[in-house]
Write a protein that binds this ligand. Structure first.
Ligand code: ADP
Ligand code: MG
Length: 263
């Protein structure tokens, strides 16, 4: 079995896409085979963080949900770009479409998330995956809810901001009702004057779930501006170290979920 991990936040701009892309790289460095799905079909972005050459992209996840291609046709091996070598790890990116017509169609009609969920298994069999990382559309919406419902881990990104806290409370309650086996909180963009230990306590106290990391609001991350993978550019940075610890926990989850090894 392949572990399904959704990365979500109540509000946009919290850092989902950058976190997802960096976690994919760091999990692959643990020797795991990972696919990243950009299910933010209305406002795609993770492909930019990966820096994939747009000329390579002939099929997208959007094409798949619109019935125009098979899911595996939308998967691009990022091994070379990420310099993964032969440690056994792999990252496949399933970008969504930047074509205005496709985005409008999705906004207008939604998409059949049941079909997407049903094809996770096909994708993981074809690519022999350990883990599916799902970069989501922010907030509460039907598609994200249904993907969350089949997730082994829901990582909720949160900023220390009152709007975030209130919205996240609703999402956390929903995750409880959906019986997601693991709900992890990850604080991002935490201003340096706040003590990370206090932030951790506050989030744990407010939501009751594990806080797996507290990431600072960081000048280097902001300057990078999604033009590449932070963990590649700053391998020894505290943010990379914190994300590495989350990646190791996720890699361990694949061993639990995988259990019997193989597929
Ligand atoms: N810890 C951080 N410190 C500073 N800027 C950050 C941090 N995390 C993310 N960002 C920036 O915030 C913006 C939004 O990030 P993104 O990953 O696209 O969020 P989302 O996918 O949740 O909308 C990007 O410009 C990114 O570089
Ligand atoms: Mg995003």
């Amino acid at each position: 079995m392949t572990a399904i991990v959704s990365i979500h936040s109540y509000r946009g701009g919290t850092g989902k896409s950058n976190t997802t892309a960096n976690l994919a790289l760091l999990i692959a460095r643990e020797g795991k085979r990972v696919a990243v799905l950009d299910t933010d079909l209305q406002s795609p972005g993770v492909h930019v963080v990966f820096g994939i050459d747009s000329k390579r992209i002939t099929h997208t996840l959007t094409d798949f949900v619109l019935g125009k291609c098979a899911v595996e046709e939308a998967a691009y091996d990022m091994g070379e770009e990420l310099d993964l070598g032969d440690g056994g790890g792999a990252v496949y990116l399933l970008p969504s479409s930047m074509r205005i017509e496709s985005i409008m169609q999705i906004i207008d009609q939604g998409y059949d998330v049941g079909k997407l969920n049903a094809h996770f298994a096909t994708l993981s069999d074809t690519l022999d995956l350990d883990l599916l990382l799902v970069d989501t559309h922010p907030g509460l919406n039907r598609e994200t809810m249904l993907t969350t419902a089949i997730s082994d881990v829901l990582v909720i990104l949160i900023r220390p901001d009152s709007q975030d806290f209130h919205g996240t409370a609703v999402m956390v309650e929903l995750a409880g009702r959906l019986h997601v086996p693991n709900v992890w909180m990850l604080a991002n963009k935490v201003v340096k004057r706040l003590d990370p230990v206090d932030v951790r306590k506050k989030i744990k106290g407010a939501f009751g779930y594990d806080v797996v990391g507290v990431l600072p609001l960081d000048e280097d991350m902001a300057s990078l501006g999604s033009r590449g993978l932070f963990a590649q550019k700053y391998p020894n940075h505290p943010i990379t170290q914190e994300l590495t610890s989350v990646a190791k926990r996720l890699a361990a989850i694949t061993d639990e979920v995988g259990g019997d090894d193989g597929d």
